[in-house]
Design a protein around this ligand. Structure first.
Ligand SMILES: *Cc1c(COP(=O)(O)O)cnc(C)c1O
Length: 461
C-alpha cells in the first residue's frame, strides 16, 4: 500500500512514512493510491465483534507491511484501553430513525481521542524500532491539542508543541493542554485565531531547514493515520443498525473536513452510506462552497462551537483531489489561488461533490435551541458541536436510519450548555480535579522566527 500526494509532486510513501511525515513536501496531503474494498460478506462478518476487532479488520489493509499483524493488534488494544465505555463508540437513539454516535468516551472527551490515542501508540512503536526521535508540532482549535498532549505525554521519542489561539478555547480545553506535568509536552498560547495557528504550522513545514533540523512531524487532521482511525466507527455504527443489508446516513459536524472525509472513505471502501451530510456553524465555508461552487474564505467569527471555527478546511483538499480525477496539477493550481482568497470549482468537480455530500448551516440561536429541545425531549445533553449536527440531520430524516456524530462531551463546553438548559454538565470522575491542577503555558507571538527559536531551544534532539 502506497500513499501519494494530492499535489502530485512528492514521492510516494509507505503508511509509516506518510504517518511520520504528515504534510507532503510539495505542500499536499497524502492519500492512499488505491482504496481497499470490503465486500458485503466482509462487512456482515463485523457484526457482533468488539470495537478493537473491527478496527483491526478495517484498518489492516491500509497499513501494509509497516506493522506486523500482532503488533498492530496490540497497538489497537492499548489505544482504546483508556476509554470509559466498553463499546468505545456507543449509539443512542434520539428519535424515530435518528441515532447519536457518542464519540466522547475517550480520555479528553472528544472524538479526537479515537485517532490521537492510536497515533500515539503507532508513533511510539515506529520510532522505537527506528531508534529515532521527532518533534511534533500541532495547531488546535481546542480538542486536537488536548488529545495530542494526552496521547503523547511521557512517551520516549517525541517532543510535542501545541499552538492554540490565545483566549479562544474553552477553559476545559485549555486546562487539558496546560495541566499535564510531563516535560516533553508544551502548550503554546498564540496571538491570533485558529487559522493563524494553522498557517504558522504550515510555514514551519515549508521551512525545510527547520523541518529537517528538529525532525518535524505533524498530527493535525491532515495526517492520514488520523483519518484512517476515524473510518472505523462508521463501520461499527452502520453494522449495528443492519448494514450492509440496510444502508444508513450520517450527519457530521465539520470544521477541517477530517471526520466527514473518513466517512467518505468508508463509503468508498464499500459501506452502504446513503447520505453524508456536512453540518457547519456560522463559519460556513463548506456549506457556501456546496451552494455556490466557490471556495472563498472570509474571517472567522467565534461561536459556541469553537472547534469548528475554521475558514480554511484542510482536508477538503483530499476530496478535491478525487473530484478532479486525482489530477495533482489541478489541485496545486487551486491551492495557489486560495492564497489570494479562493477559487471556483469546475462544473465536473462540483457534480462529483454534489453526488457525495449534502450540507447545512446552523446559527448560534438554532444551536442553543437544539440543545434545549433535545434535553427536554430525550434527556440527552448535546455539546454545541453535536447540536449543530443534530439540527442539520433533522432536515434529512426519512426511512434510512440517520446517525449524527456527537463529537464532544457536553462538560467540555459547560457555558454554552448551561446557557441553553440551565444545567451545568459535570466533568466525569477522572477529570473532576481539573480546575485545581496547576497550569503551565507559554504565551507566544504570531511570528515564525520566534516560534521556531522557541521550539529549537526545547527539543531534546
Ligand atoms: C475537531 C472537532 C470537530 C470538527 O472535526 P473535523 O474533523 O475538523 O471536521 C467537531 N467537533 C468537535 C468537538 C471537534 O473537536
Amino acid at each position: 500500500m502506497r500513499y501519494i500526494s494530492t499535489r502530485g509532486q512528492a514521492p510516494a510513501l509507505t503508511f509509516e512514512e506518510a504517518m511520520l511525515t504528515g504534510l507532503a513536501r510539495d505542500g499536499g496531503l497524502y492519500v492512499p493510491e488505491t482504496i481497499p474494498q470490503m465486500s458485503p460478506g466482509d462487512i456482515s462478518a463485523l457484526a457482533g465483534l468488539s470495537y478493537e476487532e473491527v478496527a483491526y479488520r478495517v484498518m489492516r489493509p491500509f497499513v501494509g507491511t509497516s506493522f506486523g499483524d500482532t503488533e498492530f493488534q496490540d497497538i489497537i488494544a492499548r489505544a482504546y484501553s483508556g476509554f470509559t465505555h466498553d463499546a468505545r463508540a456507543p449509539l443512542v437513539q434520539l428519535g424515530p430513525n435518528h441515532f447519536l454516535l457518542e464519540l466522547f468516551h475517550g480520555p479528553t472527551l472528544a472524538f479526537k481521542d479515537f485517532a490521537m490515542q492510536l497515533i500515539g501508540q503507532l508513533f511510539q512503536a515506529a520510532l522505537a524500532r527506528r531508534g529515532e526521535r521527532v518533534t511534533i508540532v500541532g495547531a488546535t482549535s481546542g480538542d486536537t491539542g488536548s488529545a495530542a498532549i494526552e496521547a503523547f505525554r511521557g512517551l520516549d521519542n517525541v517532543d510535542v508543541f501545541i499552538l492554540f489561539p490565545h483566549g479562544r478555547v474553552s477553559e476545559v480545553q485549555r486546562r487539558q493542554m496546560t495541566t499535564p506535568v510531563e516535560s516533553n509536552v508544551h502548550a503554546l498560547a498564540m496571538d491570533g485565531d485558529f487559522d493563524d495557528c494553522q498557517a504558522k504550522l504550515k510555514d514551519m513545514f515549508n521551512d525545510f531547514t527547520f523541518r529537517d533540523e528538529v525532525r518535524l512531524a505533524g498530527v493535525n487532521s491532515i495526517n492520514w493515520a488520523r483519518v484512517l482511525a476515524q473510518v472505523v466507527y462508521y463501520f461499527t455504527a452502520a453494522v449495528s443498525l443492519g448494514a450492509p443489508a440496510r444502508p444508513v446516513s450520517f450527519t457530521i459536524p465539520t470544521g477541517n473536513f477530517g471526520d466527514i472525509f473518513a466517512g467518505y472513505i468508508a463509503r468508498r471502501m464499500g459501506l452502504p452510506i446513503e447520505k453524508l451530510v456536512i453540518a457547519t456553524n456560522q463559519n460556513d465555508i463548506l456549506h457556501r462552497t456546496m451552494l455556490t461552487g466557490e471556495y472563498r474564505t472570509s474571517g472567522v467569527t467565534p461561536s459556541i462551537s469553537p472547534s469548528m471555527d475554521i475558514q480554511v478546511s484542510s482536508n477538503f483538499e483530499r476530496v478535491l483531489f478525487d473530484a478532479y480525477d486525482r489530477d495533482g496539477k489541478a489541485v496545486s493550481q487551486l491551492m495557489d489561488e486560495l492564497k489570494s482568497g479562493g477559487f471556483k470549482i469546475s462544473q465536473g468537480a462540483m457534480g462529483f461533490l454534489n453526488e457525495q455530500f449534502y450540507s447545512g448551516r446552523v446559527s448560534e440561536e438554532q444551536t442553543s435551541a437544539t440543545i434545549r429541545a433535545f434535553h427536554a425531549q430525550t434527556g440527552e445533553i448535546l455539546c454545541p458541536h453535536s447540536a449543530v449536527g443534530v439540527t442539520v440531520a433533522q432536515d434529512h430524516l426519512g426511512t434510512t436510519p440517520m446517525i449524527t456524530l456527537a463529537t464532544a462531551h457536553p462538560a467540555k463546553f459547560p457555558d454554552a450548555v448551561e446557557a441553553a438548559t440551565s444545567i451545568r454538565p459535570a466533568l466525569p470522575e477522572a477529570m473532576a480535579d481539573l480546575f485545581e491542577r496547576p497550569e503551565r503555558v507559554s504565551r507566544v507571538a504570531n511570528d515564525l522566527g520566534a516560534l521556531e527559536e522557541f521550539i529549537r531551544k526545547r527539543t531534546k534532539t
